[in-house]
Ligand binder design. Structure first.
Ligand SMILES: CC(=O)N[C@H]1[C@@H](OP(=O)(O)O)O[C@H](CO)[C@@H](O)[C@@H]1O
Ligand SMILES: [Mg+2]
Length: 590
């Protein structure tokens, strides 16, 4: 499928002025570039009968059929680097998906997800039926985006992968896609967590230290700063001397062991690190814990009452939990909504201290527009709690790319999805004002509570990974805030009581037959389905329910909330039946 844009091909373009000719020559793909791309692409033919889509978090499918897509993602990343003039990231991962899936996602120069404006081109590239169509697409797009393809431009793509079996060969394939664009250089960063790659790309383009070691150094130093600023009167909760972390048998466990070596003031025990034969994301990991609401493997009655955390397969999601019962491994889940709420309480308090006028004299406060971003999956009780705190809460569709973009509109934007994706973003403008205020206070009121609050906020901006949600940096910030508050995990959990909820994965023939609107809270296709969902929902006190097609798995997701677990379960199941009635189904739900 070619990009639907109407402009003449080169052969038939009218004659141009000398300047116009110069520009065209500069843009034209050289013969060498054309033949290189044709020849390289011919080595990675697209599998028949498959359609790829740059979904919620990049391309994702069975790792065995991803070669052509990963090659083309390499081409895409090289073009993106030429266009932006900066280093771009390319990560081979399928995050929380089962081990034999894999995926590829692009990190933009600011470390965030690739701009959504390029997603249609990404889809067209991935689905170009043959090398000639691929070449035509690239040449057309380069012309329209003024991307010179005559080999005069340099491009740099930083590559990373998680620990999946297909990752090593797919990373080599991505390199071939990058090298198919003359002047593009592939820098293999090896096995990383997804957030590490995003952080390295962001740091590289900001001109700050950008190695994996620098990542550990920055996180450990800023964590230490927050620990040093714990108020003397805070009694550390003796109930929780350490934190046990489920590494999802993935890359996060291995990297957390590295980070631990540089940490002081925190006792971390990593389990399910993948070293003892456990299978990635299988009965372990943040997605499993958050969706099933049970303890992961190697956590059980011996861990009752202890503070436990779970990372997902590429360590960009974090949830906490504590084991409630010795008999059935039931847990009290502390999901992304509660992590968000903990951070919001802390940030709000520091801003209030920073702007407290202790001497009643005239002073200029440092106002900050603090914004909270959630999705429809956020538990209703969390939204009520945040609003009762007087915070501005807004909603976006699912997917970090949507929340991150919205959070960037604030001086301080905090976003989390219920599943544990999330981070805190500080605007450059606010940070420069905060640095200036901290410097002023270090002279006029050194060691005052206001000065400490400014330093804490700056330490948070260094500790939290502002490029993308990061389970390791999030873990450290949670630990630092709990220490500052003197809270146990039980006290944290009592911030508010979650409304009972249930999520179901429903297998249907074509999940994309479901089309939603209004931040995915309403079904517009199939027509009539939303009305029946509303009728079902109205039967339950505090009932809320919505469905949407997954962008990472071949399923339709059903989410239901109600005043009791039994009601939430019944609502979810009755809406699942409606999904079957309206959609051609395979009669099973996973
Ligand atoms: C309900 C749910 O957990 N959805 C997840 C999941 O997206 P889906 O499009 O729902 O499959 O994976 C995304 C990427 O990790 C994450 O951003 C999102 O929150
Ligand atoms: Mg992930």
């Amino acid at each position: 499928m070619l990009i639907k844009r109407s402009f003449p091909c080169f052969a038939c373009r009218p004659t141009l002025s000398a300047a116009g000719n110069q520009r065209k020559l500069k843009l034209m793909a050289s013969e060498k570039q054309r033949s290189l791309l044709l020849e390289s692409a011919s080595r990675f033919p697209i599998p028949p009968g498959v359609r790829f889509s740059y979904g919620t978090a990049g391309f994702r499918s069975d790792g065995l059929i991803l070669g052509s897509t990963v090659f083309r993602a390499g081409v895409l990343a090289a073009l993106r680097s030429i266009k932006t003039g900066h280093a771009i990231g390319l990560m081979i991962t399928a995050s929380h998906n089962p081990i034999f899936d894999n995926g590829v996602k692009i990190a933009d120069p600011d470390g965030g997800m690739m701009t959504q404006k390029w997603e249609p081109f990404a889809d067209a590239l991935a689905n170009a039926p043959d090398p000639q169509h691929l070449l035509d697409l690239v040449v057309q797009f380069a012309e329209e985006e003024n991307i010179p393809l005559c080999g005069t431009q340099s491009a740099e793509v930083l590559l990373g992968r998680d620990t999946r079996p297909s990752g090593e060969s797919l990373l080599e394939t991505a390199k071939q896609g990058i090298n198919a664009i003359i002047g593009a250089v592939a820098v293999d960063m090896g096995i990383l967590t997804t957030p590490q790659l995003h952080w390295i790309v962001r740091s590289r383009n900001k001109g700050t230290k950008a190695s994996e070691f620098d990542y550990y150094a920055q996180l450990s130093k800023s964590f230490g700063c927050l620990i040093d600023l714990i108020p003397e009167n805070i009694v550390k909760s003796e109930a929780d001397p350490k934190v046990l972390v489920d590494g999802a048998n993935g890359v996060g466990g291995e990297k957390l062991e590295e980070l631990k070596k540089m940490l002081k003031g925190l006792d971390i025990e990593v389990r399910n690190s993948g070293k003892k034969g456990g299978v990635l994301n299988d009965g372990v990991g943040a997605d499993y814990v958050q969706k099933e609401k049970v303890a992961p493997s190697s956590f059980g009655s011996n861990e009752m009452g202890l503070r436990c955390a779970s990372l997902d397969g590429d360590a960009d999601r974090l949830v906490y939990f504590h084991v409630l019962s010795a008999s059935d491994n039931s847990i009290d889940l502390i999901d992304g909504d509660k992590i968000l709420s903990l951070f919001a309480v802390f940030i709000k308090e520091q801003l209030s201290i920073l702007n407290r006028n202790e001497n009643d004299d005239v002073f200029n406060s440092l106002p900050a527009r603090l914004g909270i971003v959630q999705t429809a999956y956020a538990n209703g009780a969390s939204t009520d709690y945040l609003k009762q705190m007087g915070l501005e809460v807004v909603f976006t569709p699912t997917g970090v790319k949507h929340l991150h973009k919205k959070a960037a509109e604030y001086d301080i934007g905090i976003y989390f999805e219920a599943n544990g994706h999330g981070t805190i973003i500080f605007s450059e403008e606010f940070l420069s004002l905060l640095y200036a205020r901290s410097d002023e206070l270090s002279i006029s009121m050194a060691g005052s509570e206001r000065h400490k609050a400014a330093v804490r906020l700056l330490a948070v901006s260094q500790l939290i990974n502002q490029a993308v949600g990061d389970a390791l940096s999030g873990l450290l910030l949670v630990e630092a805030v709990l220490s500052y508050m003197g809270w146990s995990i039980g006290r944290w959990s009592q911030l508010y009581a979650d409304l009972p909820s249930r999520q179901l994965k429903v297998k249907v023939a074509d999940r994309n037959a479901v089309v939603t609107a209004n931040a995915e809270t309403e079904v517009v296709q199939p027509v009539g389905l939303q009305k029946l969902i509303d009728t079902e929902t109205a039967k339950y006190p505090r009932g809320r329910c919505f469905i949407r097609p997954s962008g990472t798995e071949d399923i339709v997701r059903v989410y239901a909330e109600a005043s009791t677990q039994e009601a939430a379960d019944r609502l979810a199941n009755s809406v699942m039946q409606l999904v079957y009635q309206f959609l051609d189904f395979t009669n099973s739900h996973v």
